[in-house]
Design a protein around this ligand. Structure first.
Ligand code: GMT
Length: 377
């Protein structure tokens, strides 16, 4: 059965926007009509498909209001699009504000559109702690027709923290295997970045928020480099960048650490990397880890949130405690020193990415969820 699906996400760089956009693209390829409703064109929406539509939410600033009315404008736009296009489903990413907006839109037009909410983490693990927001997040979840979380850990944490009554189904994140694979390694990229033949390449990709513990990444890398000559590629940008650069200076390894800022062709960098470090203290899933695994790059991660559901400890990488960069560095060095262990983990990473997180199977899970959502137009 083909559905008409409205998708709302934060369209800027970030795992939730990536997953929402990739899902929309695959649903469109499978014959569904997909309507992105967001403030700008999602940054990964880079291909043409007659089943994909984009409805811009224009948030105006009014002198009389201190803050632009994003949520109200979004709800109005959702209501308008549901009515005009006859949408069956509003699939929103994040409970607040997006699910609340969808519920308001549904109520405004008294329509049977089904609200499917996917939780990505920050609205639970960060906002869920704020007593002034707890009730509205719980409301958004309980009133949605279907709710999914991107890991079992996030589903459990949500139920535990917010005492929600709605069943929360885990549907894992996925990546586009056509982009994240080791089949087309970029020619000369190592050379153009001045990486010597004898050096191994360690990579970290994030938005450098404090939860990503990028200072720990540099400390772990220092421990690795003391045993195996390596360089560290730091991809992304954010509030912790300055402190992270300073740590590299303080540890005397600044010339070994390349801060490359935000990059579009992340798969190219993964394809010249040997190991990824993802040492977050909160991470509902860790999409960057999955991207790495799909390219055959084992990941050293922390035991935070959904990371241990993505990285199979001692099979596709190592799980270490949050805040123990020495241990993480030792695990990374062990991996780089032992070529048969490395080859085994690299192979396992690709296999796990395909078998557990394959896009085809994940998109089918969403289709089944839509079918079960109670839609009855
Ligand atoms: O990690 C971030 O800061 C960005 C955030 C987002 O909204 O994109 O990521 C969250 O959603 C991703 C996609 O589901 C997950 O892979 C990330 O683990 C999750 N981030 C956190 O839980 C901190």
């Amino acid at each position: 059965m083909a559905f008409k699906i409205g998708i709302t996400c934060y369209p800027t760089v970030g795992g939730s926007g990536v997953v929402a956009t990739e899902l929309g693209k695959l649903l469109a390829e499978r014959g569904h009509e997909v309507h992105f409703i967001s403030t700008s064109l999602p940054f990964r929406l880079n291909h043409t498909n007659p089943n994909i539509y984009y409805h811009e939410v224009e948030v105006n600033q009014y002198e009389v209001f201190q803050y632009p009315p994003y949520s109200l404008t979004l709800a109005s736009k959702m209501a308008e699009v549901v009515k005009r296009e006859g949408l069956d489903i509003l699939h929103v990413h994040y409970a607040v504000p997006h699910a609340v907006c969808a519920l308001l839109a549904k109520d405004m037009i008294d329509d049977d559109v089904q609200v499917v909410t996917t939780l990505h983490g920050t609205d639970i693990t960060v906002l869920g702690h704020d007593p002034s927001l707890k009730d509205i997040i719980r409301y958004a979840i309980n009133k949605s027709d279907k709710v999914t979380a991107v890991s079992q850990s996030l589903a459990q944490e949500t139920k535990h923290m917010l005492q929600t009554s709605k069943p929360i189904e885990t549907i894992y994140n996925f990546i586009d295997e056509r982009v994240y694979s080791d089949e087309n390694p970029p020619e000369d990229l190592r050379l153009s970045y001045g990486i010597k033949k004898e050096d191994r390449v360690v990579i970290h990709i994030s938005n450098f928020r404090p939860v990503k513990r990028t200072v720990d990444v540099v400390k772990a890398f220092a421990a690795m480099h003391s045993r195996v000559s390596s360089v560290l590629l730091m991809i992304g940008d954010g509030p912790e960048k300055q402190a992270t650069c300073q740590t590299a200076e303080d540890l005397g390894i600044a010339e070994r650490v390349m801060f490359l800022g935000s990059q579009k062709q992340v798969a190219d960098f993964l394809n010249i990397s040997d190991v990824m470090l993802l040492l977050s203290e909160k991470e509902s899933f860790g999409l960057a880890a999955l991207e790495a695994m799909a390219c055959g790059v084992p990941v050293i991660g922390t035991d935070a949130g959904g990371i241990p559901e993505v990285i199979a400890d001692r099979k596709t990488g190592f799980i270490t405690a949050v805040g123990d960069p020495e241990k993480a560095g030792a695990a990374g060095a062990k991996l780089l020193e032992d070529s048969s262990l490395y080859d085994m983990m690299s192979r396992n990473s690709k296999q796990r990415a395909a078998e557990v997180f394959g896009s085809e199977s994940i998109v089918r899970q969403y289709e089944t969820l839509y079918e079960e959502s109670g839609f009855s137009r």
